[in-house]
Design a protein around this ligand. Structure first.
Ligand code: MD6
Ligand code: FE
Length: 206
């Protein structure tokens, strides 16, 4: 049985478990994700205005989020290989279960931030049931996370997410706008070439 440490704090009303994954668990999950990336190579989806996103994405589980000229949607086969996505790593499932025990996630979206990558303010609203949380795991370099309200113009606040931290958007915050302003590239030695991995666990199907 794996044991988890870490302290839950509530940052601006967002539950964050600092150090949910200890350094050895972070390495184990990183190794599992290397295998996921070998089977399902990361790609850069197109934004709504025809520019590729600065993050590269891939997924584990049944579904992967996808975007092209036709819009946003979840897909069940890799856009280049046509293969199904690999199984969700055990440590990622453990992070989900810290917040939601009724059902397991069917999507673990993996975002890779290289130097200078960011993610604009967005809502996660392509899933069937907003009663389930979206649970996030951070690995590698620290990232400045920004979150506002359910309306784009609501005021925002920011905090840093570090390697091993787990947090969730749930309840009233499930549809809050959020994004990543920047990462501190080169701070962490977890990833060979530096940068940051963010995993978001979701329930896409009802
Ligand atoms: C990131 N996170 O941390 C981007 N979405 O790189 C997200 O977009 C996110 O952290 C839904 C719930 C939690 C998140
Ligand atoms: Fe998101």
């Amino acid at each position: 049985m794996t044991e988890f440490f870490g302290n839950t704090e509530t940052l601006h009303e967002i539950p964050v478990i600092r150090g949910f994954l200890d350094p050895v668990q972070q390495q184990e999950l990183r190794n599992d994700l290397r295998e996921v990336a070998r089977i399902a190579p990361p790609f850069s989806p197109m934004t709504g205005w025809g520019k590729p996103m600065s993050v590269q994405i891939t997924a584990a589980g049944q579904f992967c989020w996808y975007s092209d000229r036709k819009g946003y949607r979840y897909i069940e086969a890799h856009p280049q290989t046509g293969a199904a996505f690999p199984a969700i790593p055990a440590l990622a499932l453990a992070a989900w279960r810290a917040f939601e025990t009724r059902v397991d996630p069917d999507c673990c979206l993996i975002n890779h931030y290289r130097e200078g990558a960011r993610m604009g303010l967005h809502q996660d609203r392509d899933e069937a049931d907003f009663g389930y949380p979206v649970v996030s795991i951070s690995l590698g370099d620290p990232a400045l996370f920004r979150i506002g309200g359910v309306e784009r113009k609501a005021p925002t606040r920011s905090f840093w997410l570090e390697s091993g931290d787990v947090m969730a958007l749930q309840g009233d915050q499930r549809l809050a706008f959020h994004g990543i302003d920047r990462i501190k590239f080169g701070q962490s030695a977890l990833l060979q070439k530096g940068g940051r991995l963010n995993l978001t666990l979701r329930r896409v199907a009802p």
